[in-house]
Design a protein around this ligand. Structure first.
Ligand code: SAM
Length: 282
């Protein structure tokens, strides 16, 4: 996305998949994002509320990109778990980078009233989000910081880097240039040592990612950045961070998408992982 582009449509699409997952009564398929449905537009809400339409929409989504729906559920659970651990460890700020229709500020914020929530996003998507939040929840205790990662610096959003902060960068790195990613991580690495960043990434060398590439081209949000799981440690280390965890596609299936019989409940993306890295002690 550039400065003049329209809001991100993939942001609403993934929120709709979380909302569909939140309606599942199967505990493994269930997505914990119970607020996503309130942020998506009326046409998506209608699709989800009428059971046969929901089933057709999910089949269609699966045909478009097999495994995306279950991957989104695993990603929500995995990042929610990191968020909860960091909140309980005492961080004072949560920054959602490329927030789209992320609901963590509204789901976790009320339980942690002393923690500041900041949503950073492209100006067009941020304006859409703020309108959706006003309609759904009225006023929210969230700071919105509209920036384009390709032309503006994350550093300009913060006056005080001494606040222990968790950055969540979900579903965003694939859309950014390597320079924009480096600039953002350079700012994060200057935050207080307890701070950390969790981000997902698409494997650079995965055959399956070709389908994702074609899908995103069609939605005018081209795939720009990839990273192979074995390179993640060096990648974060050379950017002033220490790797805390690196969940591969297989790890995510094992931890979040396995039924009581020990078998995977269905296909997930085979080419996406989630890393968590902490600012080095100086
Ligand atoms: C697939 S959506 C993910 C949204 C949200 N994090 C989630 O997982 O539901 C991608 C997000 O990245 C943001 N984004 C893409 N390119 C950007 C850029 N150059 N600057 C700022 N945000 C950008 C979009 O506005 C959008 O919110």
């Amino acid at each position: 996305m550039d400065e003049t582009s329209a809001r991100s449509h993939t942001a609403e699409g993934v929120a709709a998949l979380r909302a569909a997952g939140a309606r599942s009564t199967d505990p493994v398929r269930h997505n914990p994002d119970h607020l996503a449905e309130r942020l998506i537009s009326r046409r998506y809400q209608l699709l989800l509320r009428v059971r046969p339409l929901r089933a057709i929409a999910l089949l269609w989504a699966e045909r478009e990109l097999a495994g995306l729906s279950l991957f989104i559920t695993a990603r929500t659970k995995h990042l929610d778990a990191i968020l909860l651990t960091e909140l309980e460890a005492g961080i004072k700020q949560v920054v959602i980078l490329g927030a789209g229709a992320d609901t963590r500020a509204y789901r976790f914020g009320p339980q942690f009233p002393d923690v500041a929530f900041v949503e950073v996003d492209h100006p067009a998507t941020s304006a859409w989000k703020q309108e959706r939040v006003r309609r759904a929840f009225g006023e929210a205790a969230v700071r919105y910081a509209p920036i384009d990662f390709h032309s503006q610096k994350l550093a300009d959003v913060f006056d005080d880097l001494s606040v222990p902060t968790l950055f969540i960068w979900e579903g965003v790195t694939p859309y950014l240039t390597a320079d924009a990613i480096d600039d953002t991580l350079a700012t994060i690495s200057r935050f207080a040592p307890a701070s950390s960043v969790a981000f997902d990434y698409v494997y650079r060398s995965a055959d399956g990612a070709e389908k994702l590439r074609a899908y995103l081209e069609r939605h005018n949000e081209p795939l720009r950045f990839g990273l192979d799981p074995e390179d993640v440690k060096d990648f974060v280390t050379s950017r002033g961070l220490t790797l805390v965890s690196n969940a591969t596609a297989e790890d995510l299936v094992r931890d979040h998408l396995t039924g009581a019989d020990g078998k995977p409940i269905g296909p997930s993306l085979e080419y996406s992982g989630i890393a968590h890295a902490r600012v080095n002690q100086s």
